[in-house]
Write a protein that binds this ligand. Structure first.
Ligand code: S3P
Length: 451
């Protein structure tokens, strides 16, 4: 499918929009809420659940594990079965393109002692899984990866009286998916587990498990090499309590609209009900440093998850440097950050972001290739990129590399180029923001698709 974006139209308005269009609920919170609700005892009610390409595989997997759930619009009701109540699935579980689904399920099913094969799309099979397999094996989980170290992962049956060991483990790279996988496995280990990370990865698992009655804490420790982030979990004596939770809007989806407003002259946008957890707001901080006219107001804080309003106006931007803990706090935002940087005066430098090579695409190479196709002066480095920005890109034809965030970033770039941009593969937006194009159209963008 070809998506053609005609530049030169500002975006104006407020979300939720009068047409009922809105941001999707947060993807990370949606994955956790559905899975953790299944592990609880009793009925959970989750509002504003993200119904999308990456959450469907998790919902299907839960059905395979014997969990009943009902979806009414964006309200998800889950009949929790408790860790002991899950059934071994018939056949492999297909996690689609969702690494979060695969990694979190691996931890939960390790805790439950369920034999399973966890598989996914060819793209997901390329993602690295040793990062969970090795520590899970250290905990005594009978799990193996495919020969290249990726999916399918095979978890075999273990004796009913065999308990997992607790773990003290340092993650080589900050990762909420790895941390969450190990925290879920640690729910049924003998004794307290502690995980150490070199950066502040998102803490939604900790917040949600805390709300469900688990003793889990985050602490920052200083050591000669800098700050270390420690997470400690003690297995609960009682069953997990069910959830009553309304998921805030996805800040990582909001990011595309925020940058669209910043780079398109005449734009003005207000987003309500956006998740503002500080482990996710790195992009907002760096855009403000770049001179963005961007106001962020926290209005609620339920279950440790702040949420509120973001107001943004078109702004001239200055280049920025991004490295260190900030990389972790905006790990999903680099494709759209690169678009903002292309419109910022000066040279933007991204370093210490090698992890981007292991996302839905090699995001360093893919961003550099595609932005250079529309005339952005961008240079790839081993762990990031340099952008000499401030010249309005020409426009042209680009490809989404099968990556939803690259697809949305390229569409946004097209709103402010000199000539139209044609994006191949923009249907990938359905993975995490199914209404992305209709939302942009409702706000004033001129976008159409051709088969
Ligand atoms: C996620 C964590 C991040 C992020 C992904 C969702 C999560 O991955 O890129 O989109 O929900 O835990 P890593 O923590 O592995 O970097």
């Amino acid at each position: 499918m070809k998506t053609i974006i005609n530049p030169g139209n500002p975006i104006n308005g407020t979300l939720p929009h009068q047409s009922q269009l809105d941001l999707p609920g947060d993807k990370s919170l949606s994955h956790r809420a559905a899975l953790f609700a299944a592990l609880a005892t009793g009925e959970s009610k989750i509002e504003n659940f993200q119904v999308s390409g990456v959450t469907r595989p998790l919902l299907n997997a839960l059905k395979q594990l014997g969990v009943e759930w009902y979806l009414n619009g964006n309200r998800l009701i889950v009949e929790g079965r408790g860790l002991e109540g899950l059934h071994p699935p018939v056949g492999p579980v297909n996690c689609g393109n969702s690494a979060t689904t695969l990694r979190l399920l691996a931890g939960a099913l390790a805790a439950a002692g369920i034999p399973v094969v966890l598989d996914g799309s060819p793209g997901l099979r390329r993602r690295p899984m040793e990062r969970i397999v090795l520590p899970l094996q250290r905990m005594g989980v009978p799990i193996t990866a495919a020969p290249g170290g990726g999916a399918p992962l095979t978890l075999t049956e273990r004796a009913a009286d065999y308990s997992l060991h607790n773990i003290q483990y340092t993650l080589p790279v900050a990762s909420a998916q790895v941390k969450s996988c190990l925290l879920l496995a640690a729910l049924s280990a003998e004794g307290t587990s502690t995980l150490f990370e070199p950066g502040p990865s998102r803490n939604h698992t900790e917040n949600m498990l805390c709300n469900m009655g688990v003793e889990v804490t985050n602490r920052q420790l200083k050591d000669p090499s800098g700050t270390i982030y420690a997470t400690r979990l003690t297995p609960p004596a009682a069953p997990l309590q069910p959830l009553r939770f309304s998921i805030p809007g996805d800040i990582s989806a909001a990011a595309f609209l925020i940058v669209a407003a910043l780079i398109t002259p005449g734009s003005q946008l207000t987003l309500n009900g956006v998740g503002l957890n500080a482990t996710r707001t790195g992009l907002l901080d760096v855009l403000q440093k770049m001179g963005a006219d961007l106001q962020v107001t926290v209005l609620t804080n339920k279950g440790g998850e702040p949420a509120g309003r973001i107001t943004v106006h078109h702004s001239p931007l200055q280049a920025a440097e991004v490295n260190g803990p900030l990389v972790v706090r905006m790990i999903d935002e680099f494709p759209i950050f690169a678009v903002a940087a292309a419109f910022a005066q000066g040279t933007t430098v991204v370093r210490e972001a090698k992890e981007l090579r292991l996302k839905e695409s090699d995001r360093i190479t893919a961003i550099c290739q595609e932005l250079s196709h529309i005339g952005v002066d961008i240079q790839e480095t081993p762990d990031g990129f340099l952008i000499h920005g401030g010249v309005c890109p020409r426009g042209g034809e680009v490809d989404a590399h099968g990556d939803h965030r690259l697809a949305m970033s390229l569409v946004v770039a097209g709103l402010a180029c000199q000539e139209p941009v044609t994006v191949h593969g923009a249907e990938m937006t359905a993975e995490s923001f199914p209404d992305f194009i209709p939302v942009l159209q409702a706000l004033g963008s001129k976008i159409h698709t051709e088969l």
